[in-house]
Design a protein around this ligand. Structure first.
Ligand code: GTB
Length: 217
């Protein structure tokens, strides 16, 4: 049976690759694994059938035979274990790649997510204008630290790995704020990720979902 992942049938980002099924699609494309995508509505993610797969009512999920996974990081790591192009050989090199996955998810994505919420979800609140600069400063500070570390290196640890896949996926979410372009080396790093054929295939597939979305009345 083929690997099946879930994604929103009506992607809230307009098909720009910001929703978390994108990183799973990208990993599957890098790994060269066959998969299918089961599209779900936002309402369906709150129903018992989906909650049995994902306790928090979110996408993405991953199913392969009897194995059910949620959490995009866990899913990408599972895929990476089957793909030498995503996890380098050697215990220490693998540990460094996994470390960068955790760094992307635990240290870099939270301030970026917070900024996204502040810009989009809280924009109408009376306190939004006062809070936004604080949240933007936190995100800017964190990515400045990353930019200093990356310097002019192509990837975080020599060769491309699942750590880069996750970091690029997270940084893309910063682009709309304009902050990514304040760091030319990080913007170039993201562009290198986006130029990978596997990324482009994944992006095209999720954009096709947006373009074919059901009419919303
Ligand atoms: N920690 C989980 C993981 O990594 O898998 C988080 C999964 C998650 O946040 N999923 C979101 C979801 O299902 C979609 S990606 N949300 C529904 C809910 O929580 O009820 C988050 C997202 C949403 C929208 C945009 N956007 O519009 O740009 C970008 C990212």
């Amino acid at each position: 049976m083929a690997i099946t992942i879930t994604a929103f049938e009506n992607p809230p980002d307009g098909g720009r690759g910001l929703v978390r099924d994108m990183r799973v699609r990208w990993a599957l494309e890098e790994a060269g694994l066959d998969y299918q995508v089961r599209l779900v509505s936002f309402a369906a993610t709150k129903e018992p059938a989906h909650l049995a797969l994902q306790p928090f009512g979110q996408i993405p999920t991953y199913q392969d035979g009897d194995l059910v996974l949620f959490e995009s990081g866990a899913i990408v790591l599972h895929i990476a274990r089957r793909a030498p192009c995503l996890l380098p050989e050697g215990e220490a090199a693998q540990a460094r790649a996994v470390m960068w996955m955790f760094a992307a998810l635990n240290s870099v994505e939270p301030p970026i997510s917070e900024l996204g919420s502040a810009r989009l979800l809280e924009a109408g609140e009376s306190w939004s204008a006062a809070r936004l600069p604080l949240v933007a400063a936190r995100a800017r500070n964190r990515v400045a630290q990353l930019a200093r570390w990356l310097g002019e290196n192509e990837w975080l640890e020599g060769a491309f790995s699942a750590g880069d896949l996750m970091m690029v996926s997270v940084l893309i979410r910063l682009r709309l704020s304009g902050i990514l372009d304040e760091f030319p080396n990080l913007a170039a790093y993201v562009a290198r990720g986006e130029a990978r054929p596997a990324y482009r295939r994944a992006f095209a597939a999720q954009l096709a979902v947006y373009n074919a979305r059901p009419e919303v009345s």
